[in-house]
Design a binder for this molecule. Structure first.
Ligand SMILES: Nc1nc2c(ncn2[C@@H]2O[C@H](COP(=O)(O)OP(=O)(O)OP(=O)(O)O)[C@@H](O)[C@H]2O)c(=O)[nH]1
Length: 401
């Protein structure tokens, strides 16, 4: 599948946990820590110092444990592998933190003037609201802290409505704030969840597009390779591995054009095995094939400059295309070729000219300024080859324009 439109529920859940821990870790800890400092400053004169320090130390240890829990879960990707376990761990931390605040209020309220513990209650509201924005990636996480922090306070205020004139009112207001935050948090939570889903879809699409691009690039490379192989195969003679007539036609046309354009010389050599029919008749066609392969190797060795081509023109006839060579240079190559064929010493008992295989060669050249066509060049090389045969074979003949 290329593009999945909707985020699967388990992926959404893991993404919520990840976002909560990434964004909420520092913010929750910072908000609670500020709250602790403010509480110590507020209760300094009214509460036993030991009590205060113990409480502050306990809250800090709790925050440290929660922070480590979140960073480990992020590092080990546990929100993906064990999302439910991480979820319950986070909820537990949230509830305990909330209870720390409500219990502090309940413990301090009887011992502090009303104005002070009202300020403390405001502080708890502030910490809760501050952490709302960053912890609402997971609704239950926020609500756990909200209710653990505020419900016990509301309940205590109502139960002790006679202790202070406004306790009953404070209790109801706290419950009202809980209800209001519940409503607001629900809306914020839905927006954040939507945002996570949209981000996931965008990333999934970008990933799939990336994969598609890679596979298209691979497919293109394969197609290019296949096309190159096909072209190579279409230009190669199966028996000898040299270029075939199709390649000769193309290369010759290109070289003639270049020669006309740049005024450089061009030479070709047509080469034919002498008395090959009788060789075939006596040694068999397969032995004849092997001779053609050996001659192809020899020719391959004779052409070693860039641009030079040795090819099988048809039957037992070969051709060498030699760009930039004049008649003398082509004669040198033909002479060397004859030597190489002699050195190969391929026995031919039925040849009147030698006990070994020999070849006849016809050379045609195109001088600078000539307007010859490729077919003219081949025709003249053929005529020269005919003359070499007529001269007794194992010979080289030349025509020039
Ligand atoms: N083994 C083999 N023989 C081939 C192949 N192609 C052409 N021939 C043979 O090459 C021989 C060509 O003979 P001819 O052109 O009549 O002349 P020749 O016997 O070589 O005599 P000259 O060319 O006049 O010296 C024929 O017997 C063809 O069958 C091939 O692919 N393999």
């Amino acid at each position: 599948m290329i593009y999945q439109r909707h985020i699967p529920p388990e992926e959404l859940f893991a993404a919520q946990l990840e976002m909560l821990m990434q964004n909420g870790r520092i913010a929750t800890i910072a908000a609670n820590l500020l709250g602790v400092l403010a509480t110590v400053a507020l209760f300094w004169q009214f509460m036993p110092l030991m009590w205060l320090l113990l409480w502050a130390g306990g809250v800090m240890v709790l925050l440290l444990v929660r922070s480590r829990y979140m960073s480990n879960a992020l590092l080990e990707q546990r929100f993906r592998t064990h999302p439910r376990r991480v979820y319950w761990g986070l909820l537990l931390g949230s509830v305990v933190t909330g209870l720390v605040w409500s219990s502090a209020f309940i413990a301090a309220a009887p011992q502090t003037p009303a104005s002070v513990h009202y300020v403390f209650l405001l502080l708890i509201f502030l910490v809760t609201i501050l952490s709302m924005g960053v912890t609402l990636a997971l609704r239950e996480y926020f609500l756990a802290q909200l209710f653990a922090a505020l419900w016990p306070i509301a309940w205590w205020c109502m139960v002790h409505y006679w202790d202070q004139p406004y306790n009953l009112l404070i209790g109801w207001v706290t419950l009202g704030i809980c209800a209001l935050l519940l409503l607001v948090s629900n809306r914020v939570y839905l927006s954040i969840r939507n945002l996570i889903a949209v981000t996931w879809e965008r990333e999934a699409m970008a990933r799939d597009l990336g994969n598609l691009t890679v596979s298209l690039r691979d497919r293109n490379r394969q197609l290019r390779d296949a096309r190159r192989q096909l072209t190579d195969l279409a230009n190669v003679d199966e028996l000898t591995g040299l270029g075939n007539r199709r390649l000769v036609n193309r290369v010759l046309q290109e070289e003639v054009n270049r020669s006309r354009r740049s005024g450089t010389e061009l030479a070709i050599i047509m080469l034919d095995v002498d008395y090959f029919k009788s060789y075939n008749d006596n040694q068999g066609h397969l032995a004849g094939d092997r001779v053609l392969q050996q001659l192809a190797d020899v020719m391959q060795r004779a052409v070693n400059r860039a641009g030079e081509v040795a090819a099988r023109y048809g039957g037992e006839e070969f051709i060498l295309i030699l760009p930039g060579l004049d008649q003398d240079a082509a004669l040198d190559i033909a002479g060397r070729l004859r030597e190489l064929v002699e050195l190969a010493r391929i026995p031919h008992g039925d040849s009147p000219v030698s006990p070994y295989i020999t070849v006849s060669q016809g050379i045609a050249t195109m001088q600078s300024g000539s307007q010859s066509l490729p077919s003219d060049l081949v025709r003249r090389a053929d005529q020269a080859l005919y003359r070499a045969k007529a001269a007794g074979r194992n010979a080289i003949a030349v025509t020039s324009q």
